[in-house]
Ligand binder design. Structure first.
Ligand SMILES: [Zn+2]
Length: 208
């Protein structure tokens, strides 16, 4: 197949297909052989990635995504492809609350691939940390609101009791019960909610 081929590393003329790297390689030293087609495809890949990087740099996330997405099938183990797609989905790691379910699912998948490729970088870890902080802040805010509502209704109930108005006392009891029921529901749900991986691992997938 390759006429007059000679290994540049060891000088051997024998080569074979390596199923692990999916490439032709020297039979002696296992150096991969780059054919003209492979070189052409490699140059095209680098060109596309460089172009996509420019789009990413200026915030053209959909343009970058459209360029990189077709590469997934051709290079399923290239971490750069997943890193760029994740950066597009998260708008450069700035969107801490992805509302579009489809984009969120895609981001979860890209994160998972990067975990499998052992390519979780500092930008991703920092992004996951900021998402967790935002979630915790929202939970604290909700808790404070519940406590404030409970205190207000209790205060009103006390005023109604002091005023000695039976109708108002009943209304106060109903309002207090509703607030207590709502708080109890939140507490009950959190007790039986399965702990997410986010609470355990600092670099875990924040979209799961
Ligand atoms: Zn060789």
């Amino acid at each position: 197949m390759l006429d007059n081929w000679k290994c540049r590393m060891c000088g051997s003329r024998a080569y074979q297909f390596n199923p692990r790297s999916m490439r032709l390689a020297c039979s002696e030293c296992r150096s991969p052989i780059s054919t003209a087609e492979e070189m052409k495809a490699k140059v095209q890949l680098e060109k596309t990635l460089a172009f996509a990087k420019q789009h990413l740099h200026v915030g053209n996330y959909s343009e970058c995504r459209n360029l990189v997405l077709p590469l997934l099938d051709q290079y399923p183990a290239d971490k750069r492809v997943y890193l760029m797609l994740l950066a597009c989905s998260t708008k450069g790691y700035t969107d801490l609350h992805i509302t579009d379910d489809e984009i969120r699912c895609e981001a979860a998948e890209y994160w998972d691939k990067l975990e499998r490729l052992r390519c979780v970088n500092n930008a991703m870890i920092d992004y996951a940390r900021r998402i967790r902080k935002r979630t915790n802040d929202e939970t604290s805010k909700k808790r404070r609101k519940h406590i404030a509502a409970l205190l207000c209704t209790c205060f009103l109930l006390l005023i109604f009791i002091a005023a000695g108005q039976p109708f108002l006392i009943v209304c106060g009891f109903i309002a207090t019960s509703i607030v207590l029921w709502r708080i109890g529901k939140v507490v009950f749900t959190s007790l039986f909610k399965e702990p997410t991986r986010n609470s355990t691992y600092s670099n875990s997938n924040p979209f799961l």
